[in-house]
Design a protein around this ligand. Sequence first.
Ligand code: AMP
Ligand code: ZN
Length: 142
Amino acid sequence: MALIGDCIFCKIVAGLAPAHRVHEDDLTVSFLDIKPASRGHVLVVPKRHFADVFGADEESLLRVMANSRRIAHALKGALAPDGLAVHQLNGAAAGQSVFHYHVHLIPRRIGDSSGLHGRALMPASELAETAARIAAALRKSD
Ligand code: AMP
Ligand code: ZN
């Protein structure tokens, strides 16, 4: 898979940068957001690099959405949130900060803040434990 410049998500896809993965297939990788808006905040990322929905190929988009649905069920099973927010930002004006297309899956609880971006890095041990729980829930649904 071609690396695009300094793109951090291309590096994660290629295994050149660390990430707490919950799922991978031929077209996508899904991993925990390093600065989560809530516990279990997952990013679903196509392996092909395109900045946003305007450069997207349909095959990648369809797979990202199919896997978002599967992972949504796994998040529900593993973490029992009250709700689940699905966000996808295009362009700096929309708040996008990493310019490699991705979908956010954010478990929500009644009364929590409704922000999309977390303020603090989550400790690696906590990310690892959360990723393991989500991955186990995904395997159960296979
Ligand atoms: P967006 O604003 O939609 O572009 O969201 C980008 C998200 O990527 C933010 O929520 C960041 O916390 C997250 N992020 C940035 N770098 C990493 C990384 N190395 N590993 C995991 N998540 C990251
Ligand atoms: Zn990229």
